[in-house]
Design a protein around this ligand. Structure first.
Ligand code: BV8
Length: 251
């Protein structure tokens, strides 16, 4: 089905991704049966209160995920590569927002990527507030590369109860977009789960690409269900053909 709003050549697209787009790269989702929240308590490892009460437990949780992300087995999948191609073709006409803290969109060629829940490969200093690239474990001896403080680093990740990043920029893009596409997210976590309503309000066409209907499925004008590695490349092909902006660099 051709997305009605793509007839003009300068449509503006906002894409939101969630953990489902990285599942086929070997990273677990959160709320699937085998998901992360089935093994560890969200309150204990993804809240400021959890960090205050047991920082070592929280650091260990993110250290394990940071190591796994850098494992050679974990690679961008065709969905990441397709969005990389779309990013190169559309430039400023695409805003790619992700809830994910992995770097697979970047490694798939997307630039820029807006990480509204932060990034696993960056550390934030509680002493000076700076965040910096960080690939190693974070522990009590870790030293801030900006101010030199030791033992003051936390993951640069947005926990529950904390304000997601770049919300103004996201809401401005949603108010101005012609097409909003949600990929690989269950629609459980706000404010991301509310983006589809914002886009509808702005008159945008809305499309959900997911393995199964999300919590917000009824809010989407168009829905396609299946694995992201199949759905996303097919959808990107359609968009590039309709807008004539194909880079010709098929992945
Ligand atoms: C905020 C950290 C306000 C990084 C995450 C009480 C107090 C404060 C806030 C609240 C509260 N009660 C409720 C809230 C709001 C809360 C919230 O929404 N809670 C939920 C649980 C009800 N939200 C917040 O707290 C947010 N902040 O509201 O701040 C505020 C206001 C003023 C001042 C200060 C603050 C912060 C939310 C961010 C929390 N951090 N993660 C990390 O460790 O990763 S959220 C976590 O969930 C991840 O970021 C994840 O990305 C996100 C969403 O999950 P999904 O990506 O959707 O993953 P999920 O497993 O759920 O679904 C995967 C989907 O993929 C499934 O549908 C599946 O079918 C599909 N799939 C699987 N395989 C495939 C596939 N699809 C395609 N192909 C496949 N192969």
């Amino acid at each position: 089905m051709t997305s009605p709003s793509l007839t003009s050549s300068n449509r503006r697209i906002v894409v939101l991704t969630g953990a489902g787009i990285s599942k086929e790269s070997g990273l677990d989702t959160f709320r699937d049966a085998d998901g992360i929240w089935s093994r560890v308590s969200l309150e204990e490892v993804a809240t400021p209160e959890g960090f205050r009460s047991d920082p070592a437990k929280v650091q260990a949780f993110y250290n394990a995920r940071r190591r796994q992300l850098q494992d050679s087995e974990v690679e961008p999948n065709p969905a990441h590569a397709a969005l990389g191609r779309l990013s190169r073709a559309l430039g400023d006409d695409l805003l790619l927002v992700t809830q994910n803290i992995d770097d697979l969109h970047e490694r798939g060629g997307a630039d820029p990527v807006l990480h509204m829940h932060g990034e696993l490969l960056r550390a934030r200093c509680l002493a000076c507030g700076a965040d910096s690239l960080w690939r190693a474990d974070i522990d009590r001896d870790s030293r801030c590369s900006v101010c030199g403080a030791t033992g003051q680093l936390r993951p640069h990740v947005v926990w529950f109860g904390e304000m997601p990043l770049e919300m103004e920029r996201i809401y401005a893009a949603l108010a101005d977009c012609d097409l909003f596409v949600s990929i690989g997210t269950s629609g459980n976590v706000y404010p991301a789960a509310g983006f589809v309503a914002e886009a509808r309000e702005a008159g945008a066409h809305t499309l959900e690409l997911n393995l199964e209907p999300s919590e917000g499925a009824t809010l989407f004008a168009e829905k396609r269900y299946g694995p992201a590695s199949e759905l996303v490349p097919a959808w990107v092909e359609e968009v590039l053909a309709e807008t004539g902006k194909d880079t010709g660099l098929a992945e």
